[in-house]
Design a protein around this ligand. Structure first.
Ligand code: WT7
Length: 649
């Protein structure tokens, strides 16, 4: 733990929404009187029917419930659009910046409102109604925001699938939630490269379980020549064109589902994390305002793709609920060159900038020159999310990107949490590089040992949350038992995050990374089980074990041990084939970095693969294997180490 402390800059604190004493006072209140606290905060939204009931939650398996503001009615899209029209109709809601640096577009709240209404009417004309699922498979273009908000407007539930996922992954996600409509683009464009989105949709819809899809809407991003299936596929623009620019916003229960987002866990296939309307929007609006210290004239840029929760909560819902201007960037940080982020910051006078440690580390490798070419004068705050940020990267971000004048907020949260749970409030909490610092209002983190005992004071162990917050996921779509089992059974009565953490003498939290079989590769979450199942589906593979290994830029790389069927011989071609197989089944983000041939795998006598040992071998930490006496055949370990040292890859 780096002991360096970066104090809140005085000039920042003077103008900030909250100062140190405010944080202490409000935090205490939020824990002592959650009903009173959130009753007040909830009023920041427009309610069609005001709530009188606030918090009704229990993590006890036999009395399990999570409900917030539960007798209120609201519409999420109306909160993100309509209520700003009077004061902010001409204010820019979205600044779209294309992959091509010459392309950008400003969309005002009024224009966005019109397009969302048209899209909502279009969906209605296809028979989409409250509770129906719509899969959105789009690049970072305004249509993604339009489609999401249109669903919210009519009470439909969107499931956004990241454009980098394969046709197979898309098919699984469509089938799991039974979408009747898929919204996609002819092609996507990232870093000058085209992504065949419509082709992937066509491929996905050949898979079993996807017959639920009745309509495919295709937006023309590149005007590419794609095949359109009669009766099923229609051009998005054509369908929207004739639609009215008015569409009443449906009055939805606070607890009605807003979206499903698939995320990887330690076992099985990705889970459909379900978020609801009222609590989620209150929570993302509040965290967005206070963690980023938002002001009316800020230009907020979160670089995440809308295919991830960060894109949902902090590209779209949080900023728009707050009437802010949000930047939506289609491209990648390295195109056309390593100065792209800072060129965009100058071009649009971005004031608040939020990105991932993996991007910071990649840019760090290019040196200071590409940063210093741009002024970055508009920046006043920097944020980080997705994985632990190493202190070196934090300091570089602070010193080089922020010229030492911008606070850095390291925000810890998860797809499941909906919004930020642990983070500095920039005017109130001193920062320590590498620490996400202190809990947000209403959030009660704790550290438990492996037996579930609460550890006080300075401690290290498993990070749990002992009570609910409004942005919490409500269930796994279609499998409530899996929700309870996954998050509330390991440490009964507590929400288990899957992360390890340390708490220091100042009560600051330091996230140490996942303690389960979930990998975090360049800020993307991947389950080892999913990758393994893609590998063992290959006819030549007997067994596969996937672990994370240290990676300079990605944080974690994907290290694979493969045991071939008897009689099969390892070859470079087979290695390539296996890599491609994973790409095809999951997507490019899951491509293995290393494949090591393993004559056999280290297992306990009961047949469980000892991943702890495989992780150490992958990391070249052969001297720290720990106790291997419980292995069925300890000799396996030596042979794996020998292979590793011989440079099996
Ligand atoms: C996992 C959640 C939250 C949006 C992006 C990722 C890791 C996330 C931090 C951080 C240390 C972090 C955790 C967490 N993580 N932010 N600031 N410091 N670790 O969402 O895909 O659901 O992944 O990302 O391990 O459990 P996600």
């Amino acid at each position: 733990m780096s002991e360096k402390i970066h104090k809140v800059p005085d000039d920042f604190a003077t103008l900030a929404h909250l100062r140190q004493a405010d944080y202490q006072r409000l935090y205490q209140e939020s824990i002592r009187d959650p009903n009173g606290f959130w009753a007040r905060i909830g009023r920041r939204l427009d309610w069609i029917q005001p709530y009188t009931k606030i918090k009704d939650t229990s993590f006890d398996e036999h009395d399990f419930r999570i409900r917030w503001f539960y007798d209120g009615k609201l519409n999420v899209a109306a909160n993100c659009l309509d209520r700003h029209l009077l004061k902010r109709g001409d204010k820019t809601a979205i600044i779209w910046e294309g992959d091509d640096p010459r392309l950008s577009e400003h969309i005002s709240y009024r224009q966005l409102h019109e397009r969302v209404c048209q899209c909502a009417n279009a969906l209605k004309s296809l028979g989409v109604g409250p509770g129906d699922r719509v899969t959105i498979y789009l690049p970072m273009i305004p249509e993604a925001a339009v489609a999401m908000l249109a669903c919210a407007r009519i009470g439909a539930v969107h499931s956004v699938v990241f454009g980098g996922f394969s046709a197979d992954s898309l098919a699984g996600r469509i089938a799991d939630c039974g979408s009747s409509v898929v919204i996609t683009a002819d092609e996507g464009l990232r870093g000058g490269r085209r992504i065949a989105l419509k082709e992937n949709v066509d491929e996905a819809l050949k898979a079993s379980g996807t017959q639920c899809v009745k309509h495919v809407l295709v937006t023309r991003r590149l005007g590419s020549n794609v095949s359109m299936q009669k009766g099923r596929d229609r051009w998005f623009e054509d369908l929207l064109q004739g639609q009215s620019k008015e569409c009443p916003a449906a009055a939805m229960d606070a607890e009605s589902p807003l979206f499903i987002l698939y995320t990887s866990g330690s076992t099985g296939q990705p889970k459909g994390v379900l978020h609801t309307s009222g609590g989620y929007l209150v929570f993302v609006a509040m965290t967005h305002e206070l963690v980023f210290d938002l002001r009316e004239d800020d230009i907020f840029w979160c670089t995440a793709d809308v295919g991830w929760v960060t894109g949902h909560s902090y590209v779209l819902y949080g900023p728009l609920a707050n009437g802010a201007t949000t930047v939506m960037f289609e491209g990648v940080p390295s195109y056309p060159d390593a100065g792209r982020f800072w060129q965009i910051v100058d071009k649009h006078a971005v004031t608040l900038f939020y990105t991932a440690p993996t991007a910071i580390r990649a840019l760090m490798r290019e040196g200071e020159e590409p940063v210093k070419q741009w002024s970055r004068r508009s920046l006043r705050l920097l944020g980080s999310v997705g994985e632990p940020i190493n202190p070196e990267a934090w300091e570089w971000y602070h010193r080089v990107v922020g010229d030492g004048r911008c606070p850095v907020v390291d925000t810890w949260w998860q797809t499941e949490t909906g919004g930020i749970l642990i983070s500095p409030l920039p005017g109130a909490i001193d920062q320590k590089p590498g620490s996400a610092t202190l809990p947000f209002f209403g959030v009660q983190p704790a550290i438990v040992d492996n037996e579930g005992n609460m550890l006080d004071g300075v401690a290290e162990g498993n990070l749990v949350l002992i009570d609910s917050w409004p942005g919490q996921m409500r269930t796994v779509f279609g499998d409530h038992a899996r929700f309870v089992e996954t998050y509330f059974r390991t440490f009964p009565g507590k929400y288990f995050t899957g992360d390890g953490a340390k708490r220091d003498a100042d009560g600051y939290y330091w996230i140490t990374g996942r303690v389960d079989d979930v990998l975090n590769v360049a800020g993307h979450r991947l389950g080892t089980a999913e990758i393994e199942s893609a590998l063992v589906a290959h006819p030549k593979v007997a067994e596969a074990a996937v672990v994370g290994c240290p990676h300079d830029v990605k944080g974690q790389g994907i290290y694979v041990y493969v045991t071939l069927n008897l009689g099969e011989t390892p070859s470079e071609e087979l290695r390539t084939e296996l890599r491609n197989r994973v790409r095809q089944e999951i997507g490019a983000i899951a491509t293995p970095d290393f494949i090591q041939w393993a004559p056999s795998l280290p297992k306990t006598r009961s047949g469980k693969i000892m991943r702890r040992i495989l992780r150490k071998i992958a990391a070249n930490e052969h001297d720290q294997l720990g106790d291997i006496s419980t292995l069925a055949d300890p000799g396996v370990v030596d042979s794996l180490i020998r292979e590793r040292l011989n440079g099996s890859d």
